[in-house]
Unconditional design. Structure first.
Length: 329
């Protein structure tokens, strides 16, 4: 372990306990917590994360990064002196310089990450459903998400008990997660632990498929057992990962104001695009599945698949305009 990790571990409160998932829990120093709702974990040997499950304060550090303002705040809350914090900051800068010289390729590496403390697989508790889980199951039913579709998790902790937790896997390891609120007006909609360049659902892409269907968000991807780029921007490393599947990459963009930019990026990378003839009111893949069902949605996606950049650009001009016209009705 690095000097930074060793120092942080040495300053954690003496009153603490270790969970089976690797978290160290103790009274969070950021909000006067007295119920052990502070969580600290070491990921992959040299990366650390802290999350207060009471006030939602969170911060992290890993080699290659400088020590952030929030991490400095945590250090002071743990009673680490300013002199030691300065020393650790210089150590982080040294590691940052070493890490920068190692980055010679776009091939991404993902460290193992932990799910929120006490997160449980929903399928393991479905026979004895806690009351707090009911709204999450109702949300899944509304979005046409089923337990056999994906290993969904839930956590009966403040800040997470009203969220559906979707773990991120890479080569069989959990490397992050997103927790989607099931309350219509709650913000933020997502609480996520995500590493740069990650592609969602790669592990489930079997080699007997002709296409890899790529969406922007994980719920869309789960709806058609495709992949997701976790936003509207395609990273170079994501393109590299998808190309390792050795099949045609087909983007189904969200029908929103960011969609045209995503389409242009995909065309520059040589991807195919599918802009289906969605009925009125449908803006993304999960919307289509909710209204049309999976079989009809998949049929429309495959029928609309196009590899010609010229045809896709012409199609995009009308496809996104039609969505804007619907909004103005």
């Amino acid at each position: 372990m690095s000097l930074i990790v060793d120092t942080l571990l040495g300053y954690l409160p003496a009153k603490r306990k270790h969970t089976p998932s690797g978290w160290i829990s103790f009274d969070a120093p950021c909000c006067g917590d007295t119920r052990g709702r502070g969580g600290f974990i070491v990921n992959g040997g040299d990366a650390v994360s802290f999350h207060c499950f009471n006030c939602q304060f969170k911060t992290s550090w890993q080699p290659g990064r400088v020590i952030s303002v929030k991490m400095r705040k945590l250090m002071r809350l743990l009673h680490i002196t300013d002199d030691i914090i300065t020393q650790l900051s210089f150590e982080a800068l040294r590691l940052h310089g070493e890490e920068s010289t190692k980055i010679k390729s776009i091939v991404p590496e993902f460290n193992t990450r932990a799910l929120p403390m006490d997160a449980v697989l929903i399928s393991d508790i479905i026979d004895d459903i806690p009351e707090g889980l009911v709204p999450v199951l109702e949300y899944m039913n509304k979005r046409r998400l089923y337990l056999e579709d994906y290993p969904f998790y839930w956590c009966d902790k403040v800040g997470f008990n009203n969220r559906l937790i979707i773990p991120f896997y890479f080569r069989g390891r959990i490397v992050g997660y997103t927790a989607r609120t099931v309350n219509t007006n709650a913000n933020p909609r997502y609480l996520s632990e995500q590493q740069p360049g990650y592609v969602f659902n790669l592990d489930r892409q079997t080699y007997d498929r002709k296409f890899v269907l790529v969406c922007e968000g994980p719920i869309d991807a789960i709806s058609i057992d495709g992949c997701a780029i976790m936003g509207a921007e395609i990273k170079e490393s994501q393109d590299w990962l998808l190309r390792q599947l050795n099949r045609e990459i087909v983007l189904i963009p969200d029908r929103d104001h960011e969609g045209p930019k995503t389409v242009e990026q995909a065309l520059d990378l040589g991807w195919s695009i599918s802009m289906p003839d969605w009925p009125q009111g449908i803006k993304d893949v999960n919307d289509a599945v909710m209204k049309l069902g999976r079989v009809a949605t998949m049929w429309l996606i495959v029928q609309a698949k196009e590899s010609s950049a010229l045809k896709n650009r012409l199609r995009a001009k009308t496809w996104f305009k039609e969505k804007n016209d619907e909004t103005n009705i």
